[in-house]
Design a protein around this ligand. Structure first.
Ligand SMILES: *Cc1c(COP(=O)(O)O)cnc(C)c1O
Length: 367
């Protein structure tokens, strides 16, 4: 039985009539930027997450970079984050001229460790950027306490956490703002790139709206900031608006698959990412630590079960980011995790049979 890691096409098949109607409507109107789908998507996602403002942009990376800009993070500032993340988190901090300060992660839930954040705060610290890794919120309340006490801000990398919440409080409400991604393979994926900023702060929202269109002020061709071109295309907004109607059902299906995996893999040699108390996770990825990881992956491949390694190499081992740490051994938990993690397929169009088969192959590998 083949178990594919993603099945993007299945999303189209499920929503073909609505997607075809919405995209041809956009094409036929000629309103290709910032039209009704764009504005509707901003309002719907902000409302779903209980946030005051939604600002659609061209990617998750842009969402984070614009947020940093809007929060006034720049040269001379430090931003505390981790090296166990997608490169964009650290890349945007460098792009705005600030310095990423990399701290180690918790080996059980893979999130930034609040105590390590506390120990890394310096007079130059301007922000903490936790990553809600694999669909689960970081230790947000602890981080918020630390930030408030020290007069710094939390900016959430919520690229993988659309719909995730802690005791009913959704991603986007734990700091000054959050960046979300609608890249193809994210839980809510466009037919290309897309992203959104959520914030409850009026000033940040106004600056983000301005920065995404060249820093334009209230009047056309008058500029208040140095900005970017980062509009979300209306076609993408139309596609995302249609798929958004299935988001909660799709996230619920991911939770069902996770429960199947957990059932079969209980008492096996693998350790599944721990879910923190009070956290609901949207299982953007289903990730575990596996002894003999590379052999396991090869075994699964032979059985036609796809798997991925997020992330194979810690960020401080890559040339552009090497100067941010002092080489191997500087972030031991992160480095160990990169050698042990494996993600199993968990998209909403996976059948129970496929999930059970995949999990059983993992058990079989260990005998
Ligand atoms: C996907 C992702 C991003 C960047 O989003 P894009 O839409 O691909 O630009 C940033 N951070 C994390 C943790 C991500 O997974």
């Amino acid at each position: 039985m083949r178990v594919p890691f993603y099945d993007i096409r299945a999303q189209y098949d499920e929503l073909k009539a609505q997607l075809d109607a919405a995209t041809s409507e956009v094409l036929s109107t000629g309103a290709y930027v910032m039209g009704k789908y764009h504005n509707g998507l901003e309002a719907s996602i902000a409302q779903w997450h209980g946030c005051k403002h939604g600002i659609a942009v061209n990617s998750g990376t842009d969402a984070l970079r614009i947020l940093l800009d809007a929060a006034g993070v720049g040269p001379g500032d430090e931003v505390i984050t981790t090296a166990f993340t997608f490169v964009a988190t650290v890349e945007v901090i460098v792009q705005v001229g600030a310095t990423p300060v990399l701290v180690d992660i918790d080996p059980g839930h893979y999130q930034i460790v609040p105590e390590r954040v506390e120990a890394s705060i310096s007079p130059r610290t301007k922000a903490i950027m936790p990553i809600h890794l694999f669909g689960q919120l970081a230790e947000v309340n602890r981080l918020r306490q630390i930030a408030e006490r020290d007069g710094i801000v939390v900016l959430e990398d919520a690229a993988q956490a659309l719909g995730s919440h802690h005791e009913g409080v959704y991603a986007g409400n734990f700091g000054l703002g959050a960046g979300f991604s609608f890249y193809v393979t994210k839980n809510l994926g466009a037919a290309g790139d897309g992203g959104m900023i959520l914030t409850n702060d009026d000033g940040i929202a106004a600056r983000c709206r301005s920065i995404r269109v060249h820093g334009m002020g209230r009047q056309r061709y008058y500029y208040d900031h140095v900005g970017y071109t980062s509009r979300l295309a209306e076609l993408q907004a139309a596609i995302l608006s249609v798929k958004l109607t299935r988001q909660e059902a799709w996230n619920a299906r991911r939770n069902e698959i996770a429960a199947l995996y957990q059932g079969v893999l209980e008492d096996s040699p693998v350790t599944i990412q721990r879910v923190l108390p009070g956290n609901n996770t949207t299982w953007h990825q289903f990730t575990l630590r596996a002894p003999k990881r590379d052999e396991l992956q090869a075994f699964l491949k032979e059985r036609e079960v796809d798997s991925m390694i997020y992330y194979p190499v810690p960020l401080h081992f890559h040339e552009p980011y090497r100067h941010l740490a002092s080489g191997p051994g500087s972030l031991p938990e992160t480095e160990k995790l990169c050698e042990e993690v494996l993600s199993l397929p968990i998209h909403p169009h996976l059948s129970d049979e496929q999930a059970l088969f995949a999990a059983q192959q993992v058990r079989e590998f260990y005998g």
